[in-house]
Design a protein around this ligand. Structure first.
Ligand SMILES: Cc1ncc(COP(=O)(O)O)c(C=O)c1O
Length: 387
């Protein structure tokens, strides 16, 4: 066989091996993640970042392989296709969508934009965030010198909208109101009617709402109304953030997007890098959105893992919060450091502590096999009185 045919064959085999791997492989992550795992652990379970253990959609994998011969070109056409697919899925215009290298990237761009606009207008600015919650907006705001006001969750572990609103109303400047629904790490859903009552009455010159719906695809509650409804009402002071890192298992590909009015997307644009995702990421996003079988499988996996986990927790009396995401926030009865260290000894990495909710832990819902392993360890922990 000549060299060219050999290369062609090895290319085909490479592509084939990528395409036939049904699930993600975790083994090699051991060293990458720098998690200092015990050496006797063969297949660690990564249940700490709310990633998706199912792995990428087979159609997305194929799209990535197919586009490789074209990556010497800039990704514009693939990004355009992705924009069109998102626009079609959400029934909005392409111009209303902003693409980010993960939704984290858009959060960063938005804080930069609001900080800059407030400085230009000589306005005071603050960020109001629930606590505990996904902290990136707060961290970035702090780094920018923007005052952060953390508002503890209410007694139901939902966002305390009334207090957040009061704080915004009392402020003589611009409030960036970060709303995380469902909330990470609690998984709780705040009434969308309560949120709507605030947003629809708020002074648009004083309040900018970042509605982070990273886990929205998992919600089954029929009462949930996405923040995109405010965009359809043409509100320039609302933006909705979505990610491909969760349901679509693309955390390592880095892809997120926002939906806003065209005017807000235009204002945000100078604060985002141009063509900020790769061709491989763009085609994977498009293929994933169109892969209905994969979407159903991904949701079904989550539903089943949630069911078996909550069933055991009910049986052995572990308190947990109703989850609307791909993770479960549950109580523990020992010091969190001990809990995470003992889990690690068993080869399971679970979420870090989320103060002020100290005696709680967050576990990502993985595959059935992963959850069964986690649950067998939980039973041992129960006997030791740690949960
Ligand atoms: C609520 C929330 N928003 C945003 C993100 C960031 O997602 P991405 O991977 O798209 O940057 C996460 C990640 O865990 C999250 O939990």
């Amino acid at each position: 066989m000549d060299r060219r045919s050999l290369l062609k064959l090895s290319g085909t085999l490479f592509a084939g091996s990528i395409l036939t791997q049904g699930y993600a492989t975790t083994k090699t992550l051991e060293t990458i993640a720098g998690l200092d795992l015990p050496t006797n652990v063969d297949n660690p379970l990564y249940l700490h970042f709310n990633e998706n253990s199912l792995g990428l959609s087979p159609k997305a994998k194929k799209a990535i392989v197919d586009v490789l011969s074209n990556v010497n070109r800039y990704p514009e056409s693939h990004i355009n296709e992705l924009l069109a697919t998102i626009a079609d899925t959400f029934k909005v215009e392409k111009q209303q969508i902003t693409i980010g290298s993960g939704s984290s990237d858009i959060i960063r761009g938005l804080i930069n934009m609001q900080g800059y606009l407030a400085a230009q207008a000589g306005k005071k600015i603050q960020l109001i965030s629930p606590e505990p919650s996904f902290s990136l907006a707060a961290e970035h705001a702090s780094a920018m010198g923007i005052k952060v006001v953390n508002v503890p969750l209410d007694k139901n572990f939902c966002m305390d909208i009334a207090t957040m609103k009061n704080i915004a109303d009392a402020f003589d400047g611009l409030s960036i109101c970060y709303l995380c629904n469902p909330n990470n790490p609690t998984g709780t859903l705040t009434s969308t009617q309560t949120i709507a009552d605030w947003i629809t009455q708020a002074d648009a010159t004083k309040n900018f709402f970042m509605v982070d719906e990273a886990y929205a695809e998992y919600i089954t509650d029929p009462a949930f109304v996405s923040g995109t409804s405010f965009i359809r009402e043409n509100r320039n002071n609302v933006i909705v953030l979505r990610t491909f890192s969760k349901l679509f298992a693309m955390a390592g590909m880095r892809l997120g997007f926002s939906i806003s009015t065209e005017a807000t997307a235009k204002a945000l644009s100078p604060f985002m890098a141009i063509e900020n995702i790769s061709s491989t990421t763009a085609v994977a996003g498009t293929a994933s959105l169109l892969d209905k079988a994969y979407i159903n499988e991904s949701k079904a996996m989550n539903t089943h893992s949630l069911k078996i986990t909550t069933e055991l927790f009910d049986q052995i009396d572990i308190k947990y919060l109703e989850s609307h995401g791909n993770f479960l926030f549950h109580q523990i009865k020992c010091e969190p450091e001990l809990y995470t260290a003992e889990m690690k000894k068993e080869g399971i990495i679970v979420g870090r502590p989320f103060p002020p909710l100290t005696y709680w832990s967050r576990v990502t819902l993985g595959t059935t096999e992963e959850m069964n392993k986690f649950l067998s360890v939980i039973k041992k922990f129960k006997k030791k009185g740690w949960v």
